[in-house]
Design a protein around this ligand. Structure first.
Ligand SMILES: Cc1cc2nc3c(=O)[nH]c(=O)nc-3n(C[C@H](O)[C@H](O)[C@H](O)COP(=O)(O)O)c2cc1C
Length: 220
């Protein structure tokens, strides 16, 4: 059975977050079109996952750089690395990923980066090859729904957006095919246009949900 992981990075909750509301339209459409695909929700603001602290950094270095085995790590290092690997293993078990996040200070909320840090594991999610790194998460597709207070698309501000850009780079590095992002922008800039902007993004999300499994997208 195919599976979709719905990953949200917004602490505001569905009632207050425009992005989460657009995300629900995506989910509903996806479920209607693909009722047999199992859906799991992951709220990164409540999920307990390993942080890239000193223990994890040292454990990672010992395993990857110095050829240590798990039982040569300290107990706390082993505990944290196993937690990281368990999260990555669960992530790998999905076929589709939907990320929903707002733009915060030109990037995504920090929890999203912290989550992605758990997925970069040489030999598991990517491999070092003579031709450079190669993503191992093949035949998987992702979509990103991003809300923005300002307006960036088609303006000189476009290039300073770093949240969606990094997410795409990171997922593609891991081998995942990434669809175009559904962007709802100008939400704080044009308060009178908010319903119209959200509605347009929901319509795009509804179509994108139906197209996601068939879409063929280039990866690095
Ligand atoms: C901490 C914080 C930082 C923000 N930084 C940006 C930003 O850099 N650029 C931007 O366009 N909007 C920024 N915003 C505005 C949000 O992206 C905007 O309000 C968006 O609509 C939030 O979506 P939501 O309703 O799904 O939370 C920021 C909001 C917060 C709370």
């Amino acid at each position: 059975m195919e599976k979709l992981l719905y990953i949200t990075a917004n602490p505001k909750g569905l009632e207050k977050s425009k992005g989460l509301q657009i995300g629900e339209a995506f989910l509903q459409s996806f479920h209607e079109e693909y009722p047999d695909v199992e859906i799991k929700r992951l709220d990164l603001f409540t999920l307990d996952f390993a942080q890239m602290d000193a223990d994890l950094v040292f454990a990672r270095g010992k395993l990857a750089g110095y050829g240590y085995t798990l039982d040569q790590l300290s107990e706390i290092e082993r505990k944290k690395i196993l937690k990281m690997h368990a999260l990555a293993d669960e992530f790998i078990s999905y076929d589709y990923y939907a990320f929903v996040s707002p733009m915060w200070n030109l990037n995504s909320p920090a929890v999203l980066k912290a989550f992605l840090d758990n997925l970069f594991i040489a030999g598991k999610t990517f491999a070092h090859t003579p031709n450079g790194p190669k993503g191992l998460l093949v035949n998987k597709k992702a979509i990103h729904i991003q809300t923005r207070g300002g307006h960036y698309t088609g303006t000189p501000m476009q290039d300073i957006e770093s949240g969606d850009r990094y997410l795409k780079i990171a997922l593609r590095f891991l081998g995942i095919e990434v669809m175009e992002t559904i962007i709802a922008e100008g939400l704080d800039l044009y308060p009178q246009r908010v319903p119209e902007i959200i509605n347009a993004a929901k319509q795009k999300a509804i179509i994108a949900a139906k197209e996601l499994p068939q879409k063929k997208i280039e990866v690095y």
